[in-house]
Structures are given as structure tokens and as C-alpha cells.
Design a protein around this ligand. Structure first.
Ligand code: FMN
Length: 202
């Protein structure tokens, strides 16, 4: 079992999504001690935004790339191979200013590549990363679950479906900035949602 742990919070060890996803993983690793975890932590290494330089590098034949272009493509290749090789993706997903962290969007831009993670067909795009599971730990200061203001859930589902992954489960911890009582309630809800998840090792 290969697990990719994506930490998209900027808060490192203070991040609630990091803490919740790590606690979940620690429990799963007790069950499956052979599991192999790769961590992609955006607080440790930034994900560059897609720009004209990266698109230009991707559009240049490998043997004609300069060293800067080769470096850019090598990093995107690494991100694609990390997710392609994983069986389970555990994603920490904070809400920042009503949406996903901008580095998570940048990450998606890095890994959405025709021929690698999806392909174009006469019936439209088809995802190439099948048979994977995603577990999302969504942390929010306020309350959004099941409201039209929750732009994150459809965005995340749509993106993973685009690359072929439709088995996506969400754990929500909400009300984290609404006082101690609401925070405790939000964390308790997250805990009970985790208990209902089928385990990674199952
Ligand atoms: C820059 C920033 C923007 C935020 N924007 C929102 C927001 O739009 N809505 C909300 O409910 N909470 C917002 N929050 C609160 C976070 O969602 C909350 O602190 C959550 O714990 C973040 O996850 P993390 O601890 O894993 O980083 C914001 C926090 C930060 C640091």
C-alpha cells in the first residue's frame, strides 16, 4: 500500500488539517505496518504557479530544454509520479479565503498533464489515474458543509474525477474559529466521521 499525504496548509505543525490527517494516518499505519507514506508538504516546499515559462518548458522537446526548463519539468514529473504511484491520497485541505489554498490549485495545475494523468479522446477528456482512493480532511474557521458557499467540495471532486479518481471521501472539521465550544464540536464531528470511514487497509 502506497499512501501520498498532501499537506496543503501553510501552518506546519499548527495546522489542524495536518494534525487530523496525520492522526488518521498514524492509526492506519498501526493496521498496515507495511504501508509506505510519501509526504508532500507545501509549507516545506512551495509549489510554483503554472506560468508561460512552465508551459513553454513542457512544450519544448526534452533534449532542447535549457537547465531551468529541465528543472521545472523534472519537478512536475516528480509530482505526477508521486500521485501516479500511490494507492491512497490523504489530503489536508484548509479553507483560505473561501476556497482551497492557492498552492493546492498550483499543485493541480502541475499534475494535470495530457498523456500522463488524463487523455483527450473524441468523447472528451478521460482520467488515467484509476483505482485510487482520496480522503480529504477539510478544515474551516466557519460553517460551510452542505451549503452553496462550500466551493471546495465540488472543486476537489471535479478535479480528482478529471484525472480518473472518483472514490473521494470527506471529513469536515468546521467552526474552528467560532469559539471553544464550536471548535470542540467541529473536532468531535471530524472524529466521528473518521470512525465511519472504511480503513485504508481494509
Ligand atoms: C489566510 C487564511 C484565510 C482563511 N480564510 C477562511 C475562510 O474564508 N473561511 C473560513 O471558514 N475560515 C478561514 N480561515 C480559517 C481556517 O480555515 C482555519 O484556521 C483552518 O483551521 C485552516 O486549516 P489549517 O489549520 O490546516 O491551516 C482562514 C485562515 C487563514 C490562515
Amino acid at each position: 500500500m502506497k499512501i501520498l499525504h498532501i499537506k496543503s496548509s501553510i501552518l506546519g505543525e499548527h495546522s489542524v488539517s495536518n494534525q487530523l490527517s496525520q492522526a488518521y494516518l498514524s492509526d492506519e499505519l498501526n493496521v498496515d505496518q507495511q504501508a509506505n507514506v510519501t509526504v508532500r508538504d507545501f509549507a516545506e516546499q512551495s509549489i510554483p504557479h503554472i506560468d508561460g515559462a512552465l508551459l513553454g518548458a513542457l512544450g519544448t522537446a526534452a533534449e532542447e530544454r535549457n537547465s531551468e526548463q529541465s528543472k521545472m519539468v523534472a519537478f512536475a514529473d516528480l509530482l505526477i509520479s508521486e500521485i501516479s504511484e500511490s494507492d491512497v491520497i490523504v489530503l489536508g485541505l484548509p479553507m483560505y479565503n473561501f476556497g482551497a489554498p492557492s498552492m493546492l490549485k498550483a499543485y493541480f495545475d502541475q499534475i494535470a498533464r495530457a498523456g500522463s494523468t488524463f487523455s483527450y479522446t473524441e468523447n472528451g477528456p478521460v482520467g488515467l489515474l484509476n483505482d485510487k482512493e482520496v480522503i480529504v480532511f477539510a478544515t474551516r474557521g466557519g460553517l460551510y458543509q452542505d451549503t452553496p458557499q462550500d466551493t471546495q467540495t465540488p472543486f476537489i471532486r471535479n478535479f480528482f474525477a478529471f484525472i480518473g479518481i472518483t472514490n473521494v471521501k470527506f471529513v469536515y472539521a468546521e467552526g474552528l474559529q467560532m469559539g471553544d465550544e464550536m471548535r470542540d464540536k467541529g473536532l468531535a464531528q471530524a472524529k466521528s466521521m473518521v470512525e465511519k470511514l472504511s480503513t485504508v487497509a481494509a
